[in-house]
Write a protein that binds this ligand. Structure first.
Ligand SMILES: [Zn+2]
Ligand SMILES: [Zn+2]
Length: 130
């Protein structure tokens, strides 16, 4: 095998490996289906987002920087669903500030009341349709 042929083989391998690396970097951005809720206008949408998304993100409807992952609550009586933004809340408990998730907060108060029939609503799976 001549020197020229070896150089050509090495060049071809380099091009193939380079192509694979570029193709991987374009296709392996991890994303997941998530329920998103705007805390400002209450709009909710289920869509694929990159897993490393930092919340809150900007709302496509009202423009507020107030979109969080959402938790869905469902009425056991009539099936009405309400999406709640899962942001952290702060409370004063015995003089000290405590952080809690808004969903834990709702559950500790006995769940949400259905906007239609006032029955108790309970959380459903975080990612509907999966
Ligand atoms: Zn909004
Ligand atoms: Zn209801």
């Amino acid at each position: 095998m001549g020197k020229k042929q070896i150089i050509i083989i090495v060049a071809v391998i380099a091009i193939i490996v380079g192509g694979i690396v570029i193709a991987k970097s374009l296709t392996t951005k991890p994303s997941a289906l998530a329920l998103l809720v705007c805390d400002s206008c209450k709009a909710s949408v289920t869509q694929k987002i990159p897993v490393d998304t930092k919340f809150p993100v900007k709302c496509g409807k009202c423009g507020a920087q107030a979109v969080y992952r959402g938790a869905q609550f469902k009425c056991a009586k009539d099936g009405t669903t309400v999406a709640v933004p899962m942001k952290d809340t702060e409370h004063m408990v015995e003089g000290a500030t405590q952080k809690a998730n808004i969903v834990e907060d709702i559950l500790s108060k006995g769940g949400l009341a259905c906007p239609k029939c006032k029955a108790k609503m309970l959380p459903v799976a975080e990612l509907p349709g999966q």
